[in-house]
Design a protein around this ligand. Structure first.
Ligand code: NAD
Ligand code: LMR
Length: 338
């Protein structure tokens, strides 16, 4: 019966096979944590992405309901649901891109690092599954603290012998999305016409907007620089406080994750000139991981761009960012090594 998600999977499989024969481009994408505050709207947005042919929705709760719901959308992607750890391997097998928003969110008064104890273990388990079932997939890691979960993922992949630094991407797109929005407000222009590089990491002072490199070239007063930097660095906390204990950014995050995933898929497809900021394995600073602009291509982050010229304010910010980042990165590495 069509209302039975199992049967939808069956019909979906036939459709997926037909499409593959037709040679239409399409990638297989899994969302881990798909029933969550980010996962649900992200599932909706990925179901709308014409580059996605198969969409796997995995969670430890409520995956069947979200799957049945999203699968009724009359867009191309075939949707399949997977519930609980025993189904993780089936959820991951054959995937080209795995997006991970699994884990607990902040409440007011917490830092992202306060989530480490719970989310580190979740990310480890999911990445062990990726290493086993789809070691060549691109991984978009959203779960906080990103500054530590990306190093955790790297260590898990290294241990399994599958680590490809080009394919592990920490998602910092929401920082760029916020920066574009807030800068556009100050400049009085459409945010779609503004691009603000945001480098460093994804927590407090490690979020470093490069206002001297805004495109199109713009100038700001010292007060505007301070206001914008503070607001961009604390954008997550602004939402956590407004949500008053019910969670953190989910809708703007799903938008940002879908934007970044789409960029990864266009890169995989072979489109040229796909450039986004991401927290990746990097030699741009002395730290093993750092967020800068990267060029996304057929094998992931194919080129990591340097920081470019920084002004005095940004150089001071960079030193603060590196200090905190170094500790968060080491904490992630130690979680797997020790
Ligand atoms: P949420 O609690 O609404 O959803 C999390 C989902 O993860 C839940 O459905 C839960 O069942 C699932 N989950 C828990 N353990 C799991 C496991 N072992 N395997 C699979 N799924 C599991 O939280 P949310 O608001 O969606 O946020 C999720 C994470 O994303 C948080 O850690 C949050 O801090 C982070 N986040 C990151 C950014 C970013 O910019 N990178 C932005 C916003 C939120
Ligand atoms: C964000 O930036 O919105 C996320 O990292 C969630 C949070 O805890 O702030």
């Amino acid at each position: 019966h069509p209302s039975n998600p199992q049967m939808e999977g069956y019909f979906g499989l036939r459709r997926a096979n037909c499409r593959a024969k037709g040679g239409a481009p399409g990638f297989k994408v899994a969302i881990l944590g798909a029933a969550g505050g980010i996962g649900q709207p992200l599932a909706l947005l990925m179901k709308m992405n014409p580059l996605v042919s198969v969409l796997h929705l995995y969670d430890v709760v409520n995956a069947p309901g979200v799957t049945a719901d999203v699968s009724h959308m009359d867009t191309g992607a075939v949707v399949r649901g997977f519930l609980g750890q025993p189904q993780l391997e089936n959820a991951l097998t054959g995937m080209d891109l795995v997006i991970i928003p699994a884990g607990v969110p902040r409440k007011p008064g917490m830092t992202r690092d306060d989530l480490f104890n719970i989310n580190a273990g979740i990310v480890r388990t999911l990445c062990e599954g990726i290493a086993k079932c789809c070691p060549n997939a691109i991984v978009n890691l959203i779960s906080n603290p990103v500054n530590s979960t990306v190093p955790i993922a790297a260590e898990v992949f290294k241990k399994a012998g599958t680590f490809d630094p080009k394919k592990l991407l920490g998602v910092t797109t929401l920082d760029v999305v916020r920066a574009n929005t807030f800068v556009a407000e100050v400049l009085g222009v459409d945010p779609r016409e503004v691009n603000v590089p945001v480098v460093g990491g994804h927590a407090g002072v490690t979020i470093l907007p490069l206002l001297s490199q805004v495109n199109p070239s713009s100038s700001f007063t010292p007060d505007e620089v301070k206001y914008l930097t503070d607001r961009i660095q604390n954008g997550g906390t602004e939402v956590v406080e407004a949500k008053a204990g019910t969670g953190s950014a989910t809708l703007s995050m799903a938008y940002a994750a879908a934007k970044f995933a789409d960029a990864c898929l266009r890169g995989l497809k072979g489109d040229a000139g796909i450039i986004e900021c991401s927290f990746v394995t990097s030699a741009v600073t002395e730290l093993p991981f750092f967020a800068t602009k990267v060029r996304l291509g057929r094998i992931g982050a194919e080129e990591i761009f340097p920081l470019g010229p920084l002004n005095e304010f940004e150089r001071i910010g960079l030193e603060k960012a590196k200090k905190e980042l170094a500790e968060s990165i080491q904490k992630g590495i130690n979680f797997i090594r020790k």
